[in-house]
Ligand binder design. Structure first.
Ligand SMILES: NC(=O)c1ccc[n+]([C@@H]2O[C@H](COP(=O)([O-])OP(=O)(O)OC[C@H]3O[C@@H](n4cnc5c(N)ncnc54)[C@H](OP(=O)(O)O)[C@@H]3O)[C@@H](O)[C@H]2O)c1
Length: 266
């Protein structure tokens, strides 16, 4: 549905807006004067958030879609390409999940679903949104990658590989579109307390407090960095140190440390 006030406020489409980092990013965007298109599978939670945001003055459309399915992706692609509806100024590709366990033992359909959501849906939504943004010479895409994007993750091999794709794609597109007026940013959170750990079935007690951030902390850093036009945002001092350390450490050592950290989640 077109907004009652077309053109008066920028419009942000956030995937995975029904909880965790996506919900916190949607709230940030609303507080920053954006209207929203909220995407996830859980329509009741999206309806509830839309009503709350409306109370704060943001117009929010709900688009319930399963981005692991072709139909779900097609619905969101259609919204991004639509010339009848208000154009989407900001795309936040946030929906994602992580599988935990040895690659040889994880069910193939879970691994394929992880690639479908974290990689294929993100790529197709980015491809659908970008040409219009380039034509309008404004807007931007915020892709949620991970600290896992920087290193292989034994025990979360498939997840880490999907997030390496997200970071690589985002950085490359940013370079392709330099000077276009369109902002392209990757957000790389570390351990963040959300529904992610429950869905992944991980044990979180093995990691100490300072390693963890809240979804609100991650969203605050992510949205501020995106608005500034940052290329890659790593929220939190410890995470920043980890990302830099990984870059300058020998790869065999990085693999061993990564494996040890992930084993504590099993
Ligand atoms: N939490 C962390 O420690 C952490 C660290 C680094 C990166 N990240 C990344 O941050 C992003 C958000 O994760 P989170 O921590 O906020 O996890 P979360 O609390 O589990 O939220 C995931 C969101 O994605 C949506 N989603 C899941 N499957 C979907 C599907 N098939 N179709 C459409 N939407 C789907 C969920 O909504 P529905 O269930 O309603 O569909 C939910 O809104 C992910 O890309 C994740 O990889 C998380």
């Amino acid at each position: 549905m077109p907004s009652a006030r077309p053109g008066t406020r920028p419009l942000a489409l956030v995937t995975g807006a029904s909880g965790g980092i996506g919900e916190a990013l949607a709230r940030r965007a609303a507080a920053d004067g954006h209207d929203l298109v909220l995407v996830a599978r859980s329509r009741p939670r999206l309806d509830q958030l839309a009503a709350e945001l409306a109370g704060g003055g943001s117009d929010a459309e709900v688009l319930a879609a399963d981005l692991q399915t072709d139909d779900g992706v097609a619905d969101v692609v259609a919204r991004l390409r639509s010339t009848d509806d208000r154009p989407v100024d900001v795309l936040v590709n946030n929906a994602g999940f992580g599988s935990v366990g040895d690659f040889a033992e994880l069910p193939a359909d879970i691994l394929a679903g992880e690639v479908a959501l974290n990689v294929m849906a993100l790529m197709l939504l980015t491809r659908a949104a970008l040409p219009g943004m380039l034509d309008r010479r404004q807007g931007g895409i915020l892709n949620v990658a991970s600290l896992a994007s920087f290193l292989p993750g034994p025990g979360m091999a498939n997840y880490s590989a999907t997030k390496a794709f997200v970071l690589s794609l985002t950085e490359a597109i940013r370079e392709e579109t330099v000077g276009s007026g369109v902002r392209i940013t990757a957000l790389c959170p570390g351990f963040t307390r959300t529904g992610f750990q429950g869905r992944a079935g991980v044990r979180t007690g093995g990691l100490t407090g300072p390693a963890w951030q809240s979804a609100e902390q991650v969203a605050a850093a992510g949205w501020a960095g995106f608005r500034r036009g940052d290329d890659v945002i790593v929220p939190g001092a410890l995470n920043k140190i980890s990302a830099v350390t990984v870059r300058f450490s020998p790869r065999p050592l990085v693999r061993k440390i990564s494996a040890a950290a992930i084993r504590r989640l099993h």
